[in-house]
Design a protein around this ligand. Structure first.
Ligand SMILES: C[S@@+](CC[C@H](N)C(=O)[O-])C[C@H]1O[C@@H](n2cnc3c(N)ncnc32)[C@H](O)[C@@H]1O
Length: 210
């Protein structure tokens, strides 16, 4: 893994949180330009818009797997703040900080308990972290713990892992802890992206904590 060029194929091939730290350390400085802009990546804007459409004062917001801060920037365009950025990669968070759209940055591994008090957040959003080789559905328990009752969730989940990775089943198991569950979908790469990337579909799980 250590020789992989940072790109989406390398990201999908990750196996452990340590792999993520290593890949995103190399990718942080070029991610916005060489990945997001070059591939017409617009999932942060699309999922932030879905969050904004359902939001009724659901702040503060936790941006999970915030990376370089594209979701925080999109939320700010909707006038939504404050937002905190959580990510395993301190290098990605360092770039996110420069965007000026986050109140706080939290370096944490979502596959483990996180050092955040119960019931802090009014909203939780995630784009690009629930995908091949990244974070599984178990992390949703911690996200519910740090969210207050009524908090709005908009979780983008790669369609290829939604069933196969246990997300669909997880939401059924969580039925007593969540409400107003609905799913939407996005195609996260625009017309300027390669044809293969344009087929990438995300399931967006929208719900509230009971
Ligand atoms: C594809 S990037 C998405 C970044 C941003 N949300 C976006 O859409 O541009 C995935 C992010 O998830 C983070 N990540 C991967 N594994 C993680 C983990 N176990 N805990 C927290 N963050 C993780 C990576 O460091 C990376 O910044």
């Amino acid at each position: 893994m250590s020789d992989s060029k940072p790109d989406r194929d390398a990201a999908y091939a990750l196996k452990t949180p340590e792999d993520s730290i290593e890949l995103y350390r190399k990718w942080a400085k070029t991610y916005d330009q060489d990945f997001a802009k070059a591939n017409d990546y617009r999932n942060p804007q699309l999922i932030a818009a879905l969050f904004a459409k359902s939001s009724d004062g659901n702040v503060p917001i936790l941006d999970v797997g915030a990376g370089t801060g594209l979701v925080g920037e999109a939320l700010a365009m909707h006038g939504l703040a404050p937002t905190d950025a959580l990510d395993i990669s301190s290098e990605m968070l360092a770039v996110a900080k420069t965007k000026g759209c986050y109140r706080d940055t939290i370096q944490a591994d979502l596959t483990k308990p996180v050092n955040i008090a119960d019931s802090v957040y009014g909203g939780v959003i995630s784009v690009g972290a629930f995908t091949h080789g990244h974070v599984g559905p178990e992390a949703i328990d911690e996200l519910l713990r740090v969210a207050r009752s009524g908090a709005l969730f908009a979780l983008g989940i790669n369609a290829g892992v939604y069933e196969a990775g246990g997300f669909a089943e997880k939401f059924i198991l969580l039925k007593d802890k969540i409400k107003n569950f609905e799913i939407d979908e996005t195609f996260g790469y625009g017309k300027k992206a390669q044809a293969e990337l344009q087929k990438t579909r995300s399931i967006v799980a929208l719900f509230r904590k009971r």
